[in-house]
Ligand binder design. Structure first.
Ligand SMILES: Cc1cc2nc3c(=O)[nH]c(=O)nc-3n(C[C@H](O)[C@H](O)[C@H](O)COP(=O)(O)O)c2cc1C
Length: 392
């Protein structure tokens, strides 16, 4: 929680300014003292009275028309952290160039507190090279960027540029202020189902959606870890997560093994194919060829290969079972993992593709702990809590 923490929320003038009111509310709910500084454009989109009602203090809008003779330096010194959300293209540029010509940018430039920036704008503005350069400059200052999501934008457009959700921004603020029990810990997580080519357009795959691996990656990153997410699936957006996109078991093994010796925790949540076509066609098969004779060969064992390369790392495996989970007790020892997370993927409402999961934790010594059905986000919390306990 953020009790006793001083957060300055800088609001600039985009449509997403109304979401800053939700963010202010979330931060207050978490116990933070929140003061708002907004640009004149932001005040066109959402009234200062809204923020005054949520935070209990009138926002600063005009540097020269405030009770405080120097509101920017007062806020700058008061802040334990400044979060700019939404950050317009114009505000990003002003901050990057130290152009302190309004109360918001003057506050950022006058402060030594950590800064979190959550941009929001139309896709074309986001992809403009000037915006890209300004983002790089802000990263160079050590600021934390909460990248925009893809989705519906103002005026019926769709694309990258939508403000990240207020909850996600509040999480990043909290993590930046408090740090976590995995701070400076390197974690590799695999997610999604591998695709083993039959020909250039077809593959042998499975139903894994990557949701469980994504939830684990976000939870670990929230708690301060440097996460490498090796995945076949769309990945979440978090400054603590580096995404390595892969397709096949071979590529997944290469990516994971390459960083094994610098990894402290590995969580293998991907559904990796056990077999692949031994001799994939280089041209697209056509119906007139008749059905192909598919000869399969084993894929590399990503988990076993990791353990060989990183004997000291904490290793968590996932076991997707079909039917009951009897017989998993000795699997943790056989697989040389510290923790095995077993689930029955054939059950409706849990497992592949769903938002919930019902898992059994199997420890190295064969002890098992069945958990009730819960969201994958909550399963991720329990798994990461268990890993932290195992390591202590
Ligand atoms: C309806 C409308 C919506 C806008 N939305 C955005 C936006 O989402 N992101 C952005 O960077 N600029 C947006 N702009 C442009 C900014 O309001 C404009 O660049 C302004 O000068 C930003 O000032 P500020 O950064 O000082 O708040 C929008 C303008 C209008 C009229």
């Amino acid at each position: 929680m953020l009790t006793g923490r001083n957060v300055v929320l800088g609001v600039s003038g985009g449509v997403a300014a109304y979401k800053a009111a939700y963010l202010a509310r979330r931060l207050v709910e978490r116990g933070a003292d929140v003061r708002v500084v907004m640009t004149e454009s932001a005040a066109e989109f959402v009234g200062p009275a809204t923020f005054a009602a949520i935070t209990g203090v009138h926002p600063v809008v005009d540097l020269f028309d405030d009770e405080d003779v120097s509101p920017h330096t007062t806020l700058a010194r008061w802040a334990d952290l400044i979060v700019v959300a939404p950050a317009t293209a114009s505000t990003l540029s002003k901050i990057a160039h130290g152009d302190a010509s309004n109360a918001l940018v003057a506050t950022v430039v006058a402060s030594t507190a950590p800064v979190v920036v959550a941009p929001a704008m139309h896709t074309e503005m986001w992809e403009h090279p000037a915006t890209g350069e300004n983002i790089q400059t802000l990263r160079g200052f050590g600021y934390t960027l909460v990248e925009p999501d893809a989705g519906d934008l103002a005026g019926g457009d769709v694309g990258v540029g939508r403000l990240a959700s207020p909850d996600d921004i509040a999480d990043v603020v909290q993590d930046a202020l408090i740090g976590g029990d995995l701070t400076a810990t390197s974690v590799v997580i695999t997610a999604g189902g591998t695709r083993e080519p039959i020909d250039p357009v077809r593959y042998i795959g499975n139903r894994s959606s990557g949701k469980m691996g994504n939830a684990l990656a976000v939870e670990a990153a929230r708690r301060g870890a440097d996460v490498t997410l090796v995945t076949t699936a769309p990945a979440p957006n978090h400054p603590g997560i580096t995404v390595v996109p892969v397709e096949t078991a071979d590529e997944m093994a290469d990516a994971v093994w390459h960083i094994a010796d610098e990894t402290q925790i590995a969580i293998m949540a991907a559904a990796v194919a056990d077999f692949r076509p031994a001799d994939p066609e280089t041209r697209k098969l056509v119906r007139s060829d008749g059905p192909p004779d598919l000869v399969l060969e084993p894929t590399p064992d990503v988990l076993a290969g990791f353990r060989e390369r990183a004997p000291e790392a904490t290793l968590v495996g996932f076991a997707a079972q079909v039917g009951d989970l009897s017989g998993v007790e000795d699997k943790a020892e056989r697989k040389r993992v510290d923790l095995l997370v077993a689930n029955d993927v054939s059950r409706p409402g849990t497992g592949f593709g769903s938002d919930d999961n019902e898992v059994t934790l199997v420890f190295h010594d064969g002890v098992t702990k069945a958990l009730p059905i819960m969201s994958k986000r909550d399963v991720a919390k329990v798994v990461i809590d268990t890993v932290v306990e195992l390591r202590s």
